[in-house]
Design a protein around this ligand. Structure first.
Ligand SMILES: Nc1ncnc2c1ncn2[C@@H]1O[C@H](COP(=O)(O)OP(=O)(O)OP(=O)(O)O)[C@@H](O)[C@H]1O
Ligand SMILES: [Mg+2]
Length: 480
């Protein structure tokens, strides 16, 4: 008996599909939507059959979940764009309902046979996924990342990378580009949080002469600059809603229209996006368009925090130290046993980037060839509550949000009201931060706020995200 999970949204009659599957020696389990399928989990199933459109998303979203089951889409829709998109997303087959039973049976057997053969192959031929170029680490969680990158890179599928700050999101985006057949074409990286809201659409899509004040001549945008290659949109959760709408059209139709122009033209650009936010959650409070979310979240790659990578931590530290020793001509530079212990015990809220900075500073400051705990200058007492002045802050206090996990009480998606100081309790640093920003952002720009608080602008931005403190548009514009 083969176990089949059917996520049924009305494309076929449930009882006749159940009887067809039973006759084919399969045991079907029916659920009504994606959320229910996730709750149930995918373990123990050999195949997923799902409708193209379900109450809570698109069936193709299930291709990207962490399981090895092939996905067959069942749909009443014959439109070729949907079929092409589903195939690009990596579905095993697309069956139009109502179907001829013999065809359905042939497709099912073919998909199950292929999947069984692939699984035997991966078990015997690829017991360990090799790290991608430029990446150190072979922990189980990173092997999953490497293997997902290798599978997804050669396709045209849109990829969403999620991970805390400094975990290597941009490195992964480049690895995807390099492992694709677009490697010799441009890779354009855009940080949506770094470009002022008022300019981002023009930067991405270009504009005609006179399209807005200051548009003195016509200009092409970054999407066109990436023609034939890959566009990497970092911090996509920060994209303003007008730009989200344009981006959706670009993904759906592979066409863009410059601002101020009526002519659309075709582009051939693959989109890779990254975020440290829970985009799905943002869709529920109007921060992100659900239709755009479903289009982006076709293949998802979750980067673990450095702390979750076991022995990779020391391996990366040693590798960075070797490189720093060469750069600073200090051959033989090494870590003392105590320094190794401190590195192992520290929480690394800024992940690999923070480790890089610590090692670089230690390599420069170190007087002999041994780096001890003092030279490391890691504040071992540092924790979330007194982390206020650190340059790099983690956006989440715990593992970053998994859609299936209950939301952590101090996640970055908690509303600002939830963080309002308890009048009876003590004023924590976070409360102070929030109060200071809310009280002063009317008359201070971002640079002034950051300076007064003794933190960098990046740190201010990250804190705002984590505490969900809205930016004040007027003061913001003058500073950016
Ligand atoms: N596995 C790794 N091995 C070696 N170096 C790494 C690894 N992961 C990340 N790095 C290095 O850490 C630094 C941060 O990586 P990257 O910029 O890709 O992270 P990010 O997630 O995009 O960070 P941010 O959220 O701050 O934009 C880079 O210098 C990168 O080369
Ligand atoms: Mg980045």
């Amino acid at each position: 008996m083969r176990n089949i999970l059917v996520i049924e949204g009305g494309a076929a009659d449930e009882s006749s599909l159940a009887s067809t599957l039973t006759q084919l020696d399969c045991t079907p389990t029916f659920v009504a939507d994606i959320a229910e399928a996730k709750r149930l989990g995918f373990n123990g199933f050999q195949l997923l059959i799902c409708d193209l459109t379900l109450a809570d998303g698109l069936g193709i979203e299930l291709v990207s979940q962490q399981h090895s089951c092939p996905v067959i889409i069942l749909s009443k829709t014959k439109d070729s764009a949907s079929i092409v998109e589903a195939m690009r997303a990596g579905v095993a087959d697309y069956i139009i309902s109502p179907f001829v039973e013999a065809d359905f049976s042939a497709a099912l057997e073919r998909v199950l046979k292929k999947s069984a053969a692939e699984q035997t192959e991966t078990v015997s031929a690829d017991p360990q996924a090799e790290p991608l170029l430029g990446m150190i680490g072979s922990s189980e969680s990173m092997q999953t990342v490497y293997s997902r990158v290798r599978k997804a890179a050669p396709t045209r599928s849109t990829i969403l990378i999620r991970g805390e700050t400094g975990t290597g999101k941009e490195l992964i985006a480049r690895a995807i580009h390099d492992a694709s057949d677009r490697a010799d074409k441009p890779f354009i990286a855009v940080n949506c949080a770094a470009i002022p809201e008022t300019l981002i659409e023009a930067e991405l899509f270009g504009h005609e002469k006179g399209a807005f004040t200051g548009a003195a001549s016509k200009r092409s945008g970054l999407i066109e600059a990436a023609e034939g290659g890959t566009l990497f949109l970092d911090e996509i959760g920060e994209l303003p809603s007008e730009a989200q709408a344009r981006l959706l059209r670009f993904i759906q139709e592979s066409e863009i229209r410059r601002i101020g122009s009526n002519d659309a033209h075709r582009v051939n650009v693959r989109l890779v996006a990254a975020t440290h936010r829970d985009l799905k959650k943002l869709t529920t409070n109007g921060g992100f368009r659900p239709d755009l979310y479903y289009r982006i979240n076709v293949v998802r790659i979750d980067l673990p925090s450095l702390k979750q990578r076991g022995n990779d931590l020391l391996e990366i530290a040693e590798h960075l130290l070797e490189k720093a020793a060469i750069r600073h001509e200090k051959s033989g530079l090494h870590l003392s046993p105590e320094a190794i212990q401190v590195i192992n015990n520290y929480t690394w809220p800024g992940n690999v980037r923070e480790l890089e900075n610590v090692i670089e500073r230690a390599a420069i400051m170190c007087e002999g060839l041994e780096i001890n705990t003092d030279t490391l200058e890691i504040d071992t007492e540092l924790n979330e509550s007194n982390h206020f002045n650190a340059e790099i802050l983690t956006p989440f206090t715990g593992n970053y949000l998994d859609l299936q996990q209950p939301v952590h009480a101090a996640s970055n998606e908690t509303s600002s009201r939830d963080h309002m100081p308890d009048p009876a309790g003590e004023l924590s640093l976070e409360d102070y931060f929030q109060r200071f920003v809310l009280e002063n952002q009317e008359h201070m720009n971002e640079t002034e706020l950051a300076k007064k608080l003794g933190i960098s602008r990046k740190c201010l931005w990250e804190r705002r995200q984590r505490l969900a403190i809205p930016r004040n548009k007027t003061s913001n514009k003058s500073s950016d």
